[in-house]
Ligand binder design. Structure first.
Ligand SMILES: [Zn+2]
Length: 107
């Protein structure tokens, strides 16, 4: 059986920050985006992987992923991982419970 799986990304949130400085043009005003990576099987999200913060400059459009800063840590903390990214895992657990329940009922 062919199983299609891989990882994908979901934009969780974005924050305009008028006080942060662009590392490319040194102007203030950047947009942070909080991105969640997740595993999918047949395009059904199974479980989430790491979160990361990307930034893009509102002035020069310079953009970079994987920002590590105090701001990005805060933004990642308040951007919760949506529960549906666990869909595959939840379905799998329910199937296991169903099988266990069936086994218990027949013995
Ligand atoms: Zn810039």
């Amino acid at each position: 059986m062919l199983v299609i799986f891989g990882s994908s990304i979901k934009l969780l949130n974005y924050f305009e920050d008028d006080f942060s400085t662009c590392e490319n043009c040194n102007q203030t005003g950047v947009t942070y985006r909080i991105v969640q990576k997740y595993y999918h099987v047949f395009w059904l999200p199974v479980f989430p992987l790491e979160k990361y913060t990307g930034m893009s400059c509102n002035n020069c459009n310079y953009s970079r992923d994987n920002i590590i800063s105090e701001n990005s840590a805060t933004y990642e903390k308040i951007s919760k991982t949506p529960i549906y990214l666990y869909s595959g895992l939840i379905i799998f657990i329910l199937l296991i419970l169903n099988v266990l329940f069936a086994v218990v009922m027949t013995t």
